[in-house]
Ligand binder design. Structure first.
Ligand code: 1CP
Length: 336
């Protein structure tokens, strides 16, 4: 069994390191493939290339886990929205249509995403058995931010527009949960060992909606993972001290910290859960000394509890791969 699974399943204190966005734009070998494949959705649906990209950071750094190269927006795509990835402007989706959204069909959904499941199968065969293959989904709220185009500036959502749309959000969220659980099931069937649930924009939810848009949907999906006995990791990024009530309510196997969460606070307040990550990815753009100082804070704080080394968000495209290598070596050699 991989160290990642051992830590999540048995709460064993051993070393394991992987990074969010470990396969991506900071790697020259990724940029080379990407430059020849200008349609990002098509690239995600190319099983051979997706598997090759997934394995690039494993080959380069011998990381303990691989995360399948895909995107959280493949689910809205499979549910009928057009998705385009514009350079520098982030992803854009065609307008949301409630009727066609509610008319989706499970068989059709699985068929559209088959190449992702095939990529998981191919990767699993090539991956050393000591390593985990991580599948993932975006949580309903984070998908809605893109599906309904809610984000009007970097850290704000347009609540007035959301309310003026008069959409039946509980119905939309439940429909999303159904298809997200199907996507998880299909990834497990194809060979995923662990599931990470990204709620990257949870921090933008107004307080009065946190329960219905974040806690309850994440809890339902986590419950599904538990029924299927698949280790799961939550990432409710940006909700600050509400990480505690999230953890008590959702009860995930693992929880990814963001850079706003102090390691000592997490240790004291987040119980019965394996902690993962936390280090600010922008630290990776600094000097070796600063990277080591940043990492030491986390490694030392969590030295005596099960901890999965990772960052507080994805690796930035400007990151020097050499710095990633230095950080991994520092973590692996640390014994204090
Ligand atoms: O070359 C390019 O222009 C594409 C860049 C890129 C990549 C490499 C996008 C567009 N998505 C991905 C892959 C990806 N996305 C992975 C698999 C690879 C890995 O992690 O190693 C995963 C897990 C995601 C998940 C994802 N996509 C999230 C959740 C995690 C997070 O970073 O918060 C979100 C919010 C997205 C949406 C998305 N996809 C891509 C962009 C530019 C965005 C917008 C958000 C952003 O800029 O981070």
């Amino acid at each position: 069994m991989s160290n990642l699974k051992k830590i999540l399943n048995e709460k064993i204190n051993c070393k394991s390191v992987w990074f969010m966005r470990q396969a991506g734009r900071y790697l020259p070998e990724f940029r080379e493939i990407r430059s020849k494949n200008t349609n990002f959705i098509e690239l995600c649906l190319n099983s051979e290339l997706s598997s090759e990209i997934t394995l690039q950071p494993i080959k380069r750094f011998n990381l303990d886990s691989a995360i399948i190269f895909s995107d959280i927006l493949m689910v809205p795509y499979a549910l009928g929205q057009k998705v385009v990835f514009n350079k520098n402007h982030g992803p854009k989706l065609s307008s949301f249509d409630m009727e066609s959204f509610m008319n989706n069909d499970e068989k059709e959904f699985t068929k559209k995403l088959k190449p992702i499941y095939k990529a998981i199968q191919i990767t699993k065969k090539k991956l050393n058995r000591e390593k985990s293959l991580i599948g993932f989904i975006g949580a309903p709220w984070t998908l809605l931010v893109y599906m309904l185009d809610l984000k009007k500036s970097k850290n704000k959502i347009d609540l007035a527009t959301l309310e003026s749309k008069k959409l039946d959000l509980p119905q939309i969220i439940n429909q999303l949960i159904k298809y997200l659980c199907l996507h998880i099931q299909n990834q497990i069937n194809a060979g995923a060992d662990v599931i990470q649930i990204f709620d990257s924009w949870a921090g933008l939810i107004p307080d009065e909606y946190l329960n219905s848009y974040c806690f309850i949907p994440n809890a339902k999906i986590t419950e599904f993972c538990k029924e299927k006995e698949i280790p799961n990791i939550s990432f409710p990024r940006g909700i600050k001290e509400k990480y505690k009530s999230f953890n008590d309510f959702v009860k995930p196997d693992g929880i990814n910290l963001d850079p706003l969460i102090e390691p000592q606070w997490a240790k004291k307040n987040l119980k019965n859960v394996v902690l993962q990550g936390g280090l600010d990815p922008s630290v990776m753009l600094k000097s070796e000394k600063e990277i080591i100082r940043g990492a030491t804070k986390y490694i030392q704080a969590f030295n005596d509890i099960p901890y999965i080394f990772n960052l507080g968000h994805g690796l930035l495209p400007e990151t020097d791969p050499d710095n990633v290598n230095k950080l991994i070596n520092f973590y692996r050699n640390f014994d204090g």
